[in-house]
Structure formats: structure tokens, C-alpha cells
Ligand binder design. Structure first.
Ligand code: EPU
Length: 336
């Protein structure tokens, strides 16, 4: 069934807790709904949202917001080692992770407790603790907005990279994602190299999918604000990737700067560290700030407007540029 609303409040649909109104809101619960809606062609102003955990509304949205609430988690193929799970784009991300862990299927456990929905995970390529969703995605099914055509993007078509996919570049805003298929492992290879994850898992009684999930949930709870209590969109910025020459020059001046050399030769820096060094954890501001345990996360202290958040973020970017000469890019999708 397709549900359609006018003058629709977006407050429950953005984890930043920004008050904004969409001129129209349309919600689909099946692929047939989506195809039927777009088959006649559509070219109005539109925005497709998932769980609204990576969005910043700066104004009311003068167009139509589309949301898929397509559900379902079905095994579509399996062999001795792997299984392929086709999941509706409207499934809550952490419900999916919990379900895979309960069933003993490995792959997504490091991505526990990330807010949002399955469809958005395929756009954002959400990542944490050494795993990215794109690593496990084999197929993304969509319906094209301008003509209602069903399309399939296989893993390589999606062009996954750090917080990047084709759905953020050439295919941006052109599709309603309906299903995502993940490749999961029946004989999991655990990834425990990130930070103190291995140590935490050991404390919990050893390496199992359940203990990894538990450890990740505990680490996230300690470092990141609870979206039910504090408005934020998780990481507001991406970690900047710079040439090795730039990283080496900075390391001469700041030997303790976290840095992660990449296979391509470039170096990923920590936006949270750069922001903290600019003093933002100690800068009081009435409505907006950075989270005290993780400066990468911009928070709504209560009653912030989207414009206030954006102005604050611009000041953060300018300060990092001035102190370190490094350009921060926003991870959050700013809707003007
Ligand atoms: N750090 C600081 N100060 C801070 C924040 C971080 O000094 O305020 C330092 C830490 O001590 C550490 C380094 O920076 O040495 C990296 O910090 P952390 O391990 O917390 O990870 P991150 O690189 O800041 C990324 C993701 C997170 C994800 C974590 C864990 C991005 C943009 N963010 O953060 O993703 O949970 O790694 O894998 O890549 C999200 O996208 O919403 C998100 C939370």
C-alpha cells in the first residue's frame, strides 16, 4: 500500500531532531507500489530517505520525500560456506544485524548498533570497526524514479569505497532502493584488529558472533551519543584522506596524530582528532556542539535549527583548514 501525506512533519524522520516539514511524504510497502507510482514518470523535486540518520534539514522541504518500508529477510541462495540474504530496504539496520548474529551468520556483526535502514546502508556504505557494508553487498535492486523501471546493481556496479557508492554520485537521487542482498558466512572469519575490540571480546568470554556484537555495542555506547537521547547524525564529517607527503609533514609537527596508511599510498587521518585539537570539545555553544567523547559527531544540544548546525560545521571546517591545512568533507547529507 502506498501512503501519501501533505505538509508532513519530518521531526520523527531525522535523528538530528530538526523541525522541518515536507510538502509531501510518500511511503511504499512493496515493489509493486513503487513501480505503479513511478510508471507514469516523475520529475518533481524529490528526496529519498531511509532512517533519516544521515540527514540535516536546513529548511522545510519543498517537494516530495519518499520512504520505503519494504520488509522481509529471505535466504535466496546458499552453499556449504555462505548464504545470500535478500533484505527489504525498509528493514531497520540493527534488526538485520541482530538477526544474522542470532542465526550464526557472520559478516555484519562489527556493524552492530548503527542507526538507519537497509536501503541507506547500500548508499552510504556504512562502516565501522574494520568492516564496510559494501564488502558484503552482492546486489542492490532499485526502481528508477523517472520511469518506474526495475534495475539491478551488482557489487561492482555500486563502486563501493570509503563512505562512497554510485548512489552518492552519478545515480544520486535517481532510485528507490527496494532490496539489498548480502553475502554472509556460515564459517565466519572474525575481524578484530580495530582498536580495543579484541580485548573487549576476550573480556566477554572469547570470540563468538554474539560477543563481537556485544563488544561493538558497548564501545559505541561509550563513544557515541544515543540517538534516542541526543540529536546527531553520527559522524558529521568523513575522515580526510591525504597524500603521504602531507601526512608525513603533519606528523613531524604532531607526532601523536592518529594516521592510517591505505594500500593506495594515501593516508587516512582522524577527523575527530583534528577537530578536538582545534578546541571544539571545550567551546560552549547554546544549541550546537561536538560530542564530548567523539568530536567527529556534531550534536543538537536542544532546539538547534538546521542553519545553526550548518554554520557551526562550517566554523569547524574552517578551523581545521587553518590549523592543519586539511579540508574536511561532510558525511551528512545537507538538504537545503
Ligand atoms: N579521536 C580523538 N578525538 C576525538 C575522536 C577521535 O582523538 O574526539 C581519535 C581516537 O582516539 C582514535 C582516532 O581518532 O585514535 C579514531 O577514532 P575512532 O576510533 O573513534 O573512529 P573514527 O575514525 O573517528 C570512524 C567512523 C565511525 C565508526 C568508527 C569505528 C567515519 C567518518 N566514522 O570514526 O562511524 O564508528 O570509525 O570504526 O569514518 C558514523 O559513521 O556515524 C560512525 C560513527
Amino acid at each position: 500500500m502506498t501512503k501519501q501525506y501533505q505538509a508532513y512533519p519530518l521531526l520523527p524522520h531525522n535523528t538530528f531532531g530538526i523541525e522541518a516539514v515536507a510538502a509531501e511524504f510518500v511511503e511504499f510497502s512493496s515493489v509493486d507500489d513503487v513501480v505503479a507510482f513511478f510508471a507514469k514518470g516523475y520529475n518533481g523535486r524529490s528526496l529519498v530517505i531511509g532512517g533519516g540518520s544521515n540527514l540535516l534539514f536546513v529548511n522545510d522541504f519543498n517537494g516530495t520525500v519518499f520512504h520505503s518500508s519494504i520488509k522481509g529477510m529471505d535466504i535466496v541462495d546458499e552453499n556449504d560456506d555462505e548464504l545470500f540474504l535478500r533484505v527489504g530496504s525498509g528493514v531497520n539496520w540493527d534488526e538485520l544485524v541482530a538477526y544474522t548474529v542470532e542465526n550464526g551468520w557472520g559478516g555484519l556483526e562489527n556493524l552492530s548498533a548503527i542507526p538507519g535502514e537497509v536501503g541507506a546502508s547500500a548508499v552510504q556504505n556504512v562502516g565501522a570497526y574494520g568492516v564496510e557494508a559494501g564488502d558484503l553487498i552482492v546486489k542492490v535492486e532499485t526502481v528508477r524514479i523517472n520511469d518506474g523501471a526495475c534495475q539491478v546493481f551488482l557489487h561492482d556496479d555500486c563502486q563501493y569505497a570509503y563512505r562512497h557508492s554510485i548512489f552518492k554520485t552519478t545515480e544520486k537521487g535517481k532510485h528507490i532502493i527496494t532490496y539489498v542482498t548480502y553475502r554472509l558466512s556460515k564459517k565466519p572469519l572474525f575481524k578484530l584488529t580495530y582498536g580495543n575490540l579484541a580485548e573487549k571480546v576476550e573480556q566477554l568470554g572469547g570470540v563468538t558472533l554474539e560477543n563481537i556484537r556485544k563488544a561493538v555495542c558497548e564501545i559505541r555506547e561509550a563513544k557515541l551519543p544515543n540517538p534516542d537521547k541526543v540529536g546527531s547524525a553520527g559522524s558529521f564529517f568523513m575522515n580526510p584522506i591525504v597524500p603521504a607527503s602531507v601526512a608525513n609533514a603533519l606528523l613531524l609537527e604532531y607526532p601523536s596524530m592518529p594516521n592510517y596508511p591505505l594500500v593506495c599510498g594515501d593516508v587516512k587521518l582522524s577527523a575527530g582528532w583534528l577537530i578536538e585539537q582545534c578546541g571544539w570539545k571545550d567551546t560552549p555553544h547554546e544549541h550546537v556542539g561536538v560530542y564530548r567523547h567523539q568530536a567527529l559527531v556534531v550534536i543538537n544540544r536542544g532546539g538547534a535549527t538546521g542553519k545553526e548546525v550548518l554554520d557551526f560545521a562550517s566554523a569547524v571546517v574552517a578551523s581545521v583548514k587553518e590549523k592543519f591545512g586539511v579540508e574536511l568533507n561532510m558525511e551528512v547529507n545537507v538538504i537545503e
